[in-house]
Ligand binder design. Structure first.
Ligand code: CP
Ligand code: NVA
Length: 321
């Protein structure tokens, strides 16, 4: 019998990948693959359930994949646009969380400061899911590993080169690789390395999983990887001189020369949206080695796997038996 053993707690939040164990991540990836193959066993599974999305920043993929995905499972979605007024401006973060807990079954938040997520989750009676903060993007990392698995890369042995800015997407991927095993070469300018807190956490997880996480500014570290991953050089809400950062990042552009150096096995990955001519050239982003649209598709399957696991673990388990 293949039981999923998914979270059964009434309240279980996903604020960062470190909230999940290795076996939970693997089960979510398996369920995401199953949902891609055939959603029908789960149609109506979230009937009478409600999801609210609170977004302080713009979104295409995250908003639509949560809304369409939840609706395909039979549930209803309410979108609260906070791009013009911060969450907590009209009433406190805690009051907002406690009110929402009385009406909806889960809350998805995209916010400027990760601290808001911690405050919100600390008083929420329903699951809180991070849809991107300044520090983490866990739903993206789950989708990325599910997409890689769909391309034949074992998530527990993936070898990934991150090239560019050591940002929120990078942090979540580091935590995922460190938790599952595998290798990640984080190739950034020294001033743009991932946060020490994430690297320290990753070192602890890697000690258990056997993963190797290295930080370098040497582009030779792309050689032999399964995937080269990049993201925008300046993230939403980031302070500072954009032009100066773009200039500093130029040597870290993913282009044909870098992909050739990575080798024939390397796929190209990007969470999107992308800036052609900055972090990646158009020929690579739009070329045959790019799996970026598969990553985008797996946002929905991975998030649906997460929502089913949180809200209907009984069904998720029975269908996997
Ligand atoms: N990758 C991603 O999160 O895309 P959006 O910003 O469009 O949601
Ligand atoms: N690092 C990017 C990711 C967008 C999906 C940002 O935070 O803007």
């Amino acid at each position: 019998m293949n039981t999923l053993d998914l979270p059964t707690l009434a309240t279980r939040h996903l604020l960062r990948i470190s909230d999940l164990t290795a076996s939970e991540i693997l089960r979510l990836l398996r369920l995401a693959a199953q949902l891609k193959r055939d959603l029908r066993p789960f149609a109506g599974a979230l009937a009478q359930r409600s999801l609210v999305l609170l977004f302080e920043k713009p979104s295409l993929r995250t908003r639509v994949s949560f809304e369409a995905g939840f609706q395909q499972l039979g549930g209803g979605v309410v979108f609260l646009d906070h791009t013009a007024s911060r969450i907590g401006a009209r009433e406190s973060v805690e009051d907002t969380a406690q009110n929402l807990s009385r009406w909806v079954d889960a809350v998805v938040i995209r916010c400027l400061s990760h601290d808001l997520l911690d405050r919100f989750a600390s008083v929420s009676d329903v699951p809180v899911i991070n849809a991107l903060s300044d520090r983490h993007h866990p739903c993206q990392a789950l989708a990325d590993l599910a997409a890689l698995a769909d391309h034949g890369v074992d998530p527990s042995h993936a070898n990934i080169a991150w090239v560019g800015d050591g940002n929120n997407v990078c942090h979540s991927l580091i935590e995922a690789v460190a938790t599952l095993g595998g290798r990640m070469q984080v190739i950034t300018p020294k001033a743009c390395q991932p946060s020490d807190e994430v690297l320290q956490f990753a070192a602890m997880r890697a000690f258990r999983s056997g993963a190797t996480i290295t930080c370098t500014d040497d582009l030779a570290a792309v050689e032999g990887v399964d995937a080269v991953y990049t993201d925008v050089w300046v993230s939403m809400g980031e302070d500072g001189d954009r032009a100066a950062k773009v200039e500093r990042m130029r040597p870290f552009q993913v282009n044909a020369s870098l992909m050739n150096r990575a080798g024939p096995r390397a796929r190209f990955m990007h969470c999107l949206p992308a800036h052609r001519g900055e972090e990646v050239t158009a020929d690579i982003l739009d070329g045959p080695r790019s799996i970026t649209l598969d990553q985008a598709e797996f946002r929905m399957h991975a998030q649906n796997a997460l929502l089913l696991s949180l809200l209907r673990p009984d069904l998720a388990q029975r269908t996997q038996d």
